[in-house]
Design a protein around this ligand. Structure first.
Ligand SMILES: [Zn+2]
Ligand SMILES: [Zn+2]
Ligand SMILES: [Zn+2]
Length: 414
């Protein structure tokens, strides 16, 4: 029977192959993005880094910006770009935004955090990246035509986090982590159950990633930006990112940020501690990586500008340095009750639930109900079968899984 089951699962996996591929790519919906650009950085991102920079709206900041190129050359062109940006931001729509973020009216010293956001992506044709070295007036006119508005990094992160915004209610629900893993699971399931199955599983993965990010920041960083203490999990989770305290580590930065979100909360926390990372909001992060120019280079901004930015940056850096990264035990609220090698318990509970609901139980229903990696369905069904908690009747496409008496008793114990 086990061999048969294996075949069945192979079919299942094959049918769902598309889903797997989706999973790997789902976190990079580049097309929807506005350009993310830190004009004052002297760091010209290398190709692969500029790719990851476009994902700052995602739960995890992948990599800090690095400098591997000729400083002098880039410094002069980045000063030019910064001044172009300054002129556009102060003059666009007849000076309507006065050089500030269109959403939060953040003051002038945050100019380096300002991005250009296409408020209507359907008419987006030009990008700041392609226009930043060109005539600013022309760029500004094009931006006005395409309804581009200036937005600080924090507001921009939130604005672009579509999935987060759709499920914000669950993701930052008060006292969520006081519930059991099963209750949290059910809460998500109930919220998304009306979507199509394929879509549904993708969504669940992504909601869980946001929950992991929230939990890690709450447990390691008191739930807020270490730099300004103002941006919190509650008021802007999408804007929170991770920054290496040690510049050396940041440059070496071997840790792959795009993989971190796949891990469980304890592993993520361990890595963040090992890498000596702190949590910063997008604006603070841009500020610590922001390379100040000589006053004479940016005199157009006025004398106070440089002093204010320097003071602000100094404050953030002080907070970062004195922050104590706690090495205390980290909880895993999403996995409570399922230790290593105990994932079958979760499957047993789902099968028991489906059975109580009077549903016919097939592997597909289980995958749908659990809503996570379908590869594990196979493994865990075999475990449950071997433990005698389930039996499987029928042939080929007509197989049904039944909870045995023993299985029912076990699930009741949980
Ligand atoms: Zn803002
Ligand atoms: Zn901050
Ligand atoms: Zn950084």
């Amino acid at each position: 029977m086990n061999e048969d089951l294996d075949e069945k699962f192979d079919d299942f996996l094959q049918q769902n192959n598309e889903f797997y591929e989706d999973c790997d790519n789902e976190f990079e919906p580049m097309d929807e993005l506005c350009e993310e650009e830190n004009a004052l950085s002297i760091f010209e991102p290398r190709d692969e880094i500029s790719k990851t920079n476009m994902n700052t709206f995602e739960p995890w900041e992948y990599e800090c910006k690095k400098n591997n190129s000729d400083k002098k050359h880039h410094q002069s062109s980045s000063i030019e770009r910064f001044i172009n940006k300054f002129k556009i931001i102060t003059n666009i729509y007849h000076g309507k935004y006065k050089g500030m973020c269109a959403y939060c009216n953040l003051d002038n010293k945050f100019l380096h955090t300002i991005d250009f956001h296409h408020s209507d992506p359907s008419i987006k044709e030009i990008t700041w990246k392609n226009r930043r070295n060109k005539d600013w007036k022309e760029t500004m006119e094009l931006f006005e035509k395409e309804k581009v508005i200036p937005m600080c990094g924090n507001c921009h992160s939130r604005e672009q986090a579509d999935l987060f915004n759709s499920y914000r209610e669950i993701i930052i629900k008060k006292n969520l982590f006081e519930k059991s893993a099963y209750q949290i699971d059910k809460l998500i399931h109930d919220k998304i159950k009306d979507h199509e199955a394929q879509y549904n599983r993708n969504i669940k993965f992504r909601i869980v990633e946001w929950l992991k990010k929230r939990s890690v920041i709450e447990q390691l960083y008191d739930g807020k930006c270490v730099g300004c203490n103002k941006i919190t999990v509650e008021n802007n989770l999408p804007a929170l990112q991770f920054h290496h305290r040690s510049e050396r580590k940041e440059v070496e930065n071997k840790f792959k940020w795009h993989k971190i979100k796949k891990y469980d909360i304890k592993t993520i926390s361990k890595e963040l501690i090992k890498e000596d990372c702190v949590c910063l909001c997008a604006n603070c992060h841009k500020t610590v990586h922001f390379k100040n120019f000589k006053l004479s280079d940016i005199s157009i901004l006025g004398n106070d500008y440089k002093r204010e930015v320097d003071n602000y940056k100094y404050g953030i850096q002080q907070n970062i340095q004195k922050f104590e990264l706690k090495l205390t035990a980290v909880n895993n609220p999403l996995g409570k009750g399922y230790g290593y090698g105990e994932a079958w318990k979760k499957y047993l509970l789902h099968i028991s639930k489906l059975s109580t609901e009077g549903k016919r139980i097939k592997t597909l229903n289980i995958a749908k109900s659990v809503g996570v990696n379908s590869r594990n369905v196979r493994k865990n069904i075999l475990i449950l079968l071997n433990k005698g908690f389930i039996r499987i009747d029928g042939e080929n496409n007509n197989r049904t899984i039944y909870l045995t008496k023993k299985g029912r008793e076990e699930s009741n114990k949980m």
